[in-house]
Design a protein. Structure first.
Ligand code: ADP
Length: 190
């Protein structure tokens, strides 16, 4: 199996690159952000609980996102592999993911981390907010909060995966296709 953690701050281009990678390598895309927005759209209890937290730009609880990922893994027993996008975002989530994959006899192959400077992230997210309708993309204060959450709780995961010799950092500024080639290159050398 090929199991990829696609990593980086909000606005780094994880979703865009994930869509290219799933086609090239026949993988299943698991974005916790998309899954949570799906719950909100369906009006589930979980969605209701998550919405106000997401609109503020805070992280939702580990239990919620770990539970969502666990059920997606269970529902796709014959997958070629998975791209984890926006998950894990805390050390607790990364540890839980390792355990879940181990139970299935597999493991994370690599972490691909996209590097983009904060001022570029803010510009991209405000631009996306004009069309996405996402509350968390509309306001610079909320965007800054998301970047702070990333720096405080999520960025330490680079050490978690580099400790397992799995971290590759890729410059996330440039043409989409150019960045995709760099990601493919890392994967093809695994
Ligand atoms: P982005 O990467 O652009 O911030 P996402 O769609 O990945 O967008 O996440 C949007 C919001 O969903 C986050 O700000 C957070 O509130 C919530 N969320 C998504 N994934 C997780 C996660 N793994 N752990 C906690 N909260 C999450």
């Amino acid at each position: 199996m090929l199991n990829i953690v696609l990593f980086g701050p909000p606005g780094a281009g994880k979703g865009t690159q994930a869509n290219l990678l799933i086609k090239r390598y026949s993988l299943i895309h698991l974005s916790t952000g998309d899954l949570l927005r799906g719950e909100i759209a369906e009006g589930t209890a979980l969605g209701l609980e998550a919405k106000s937290i997401m609109d503020r730009g805070d992280l939702v609880s580990d239990d919620i996102v770990i539970g969502m990922i666990a059920s997606k893994l269970d529902n796709n027993p014959n997958a070629n592999g998975f791209i984890f996008d926006g998950f894990p975002r805390t050390v607790a989530q990364a540890t839980a993911l390792d355990t879940l994959l181990k139970e299935k006899g597999t493991f994370i192959s690599t972490m691909l981390s996209l590097k983009v400077a904060d001022d570029e992230l803010i510009k991209r997210l405000l631009e996306r907010g004009k069309e996405s309708g996402r509350e968390d993309d509309k306001n610079e204060g909320i965007i800054t909060n998301r970047i702070n959450e990333y720096n405080n709780k999520t960025a330490p995961l680079k050490e978690f995966y580099s400790g397992q010799n799995k971290l590759s950092e890729i410059e996330g500024i440039g043409q989409v296709e150019e960045i995709a080639l760099k990601l493919n290159d890392v994967i093809d050398k695994l």
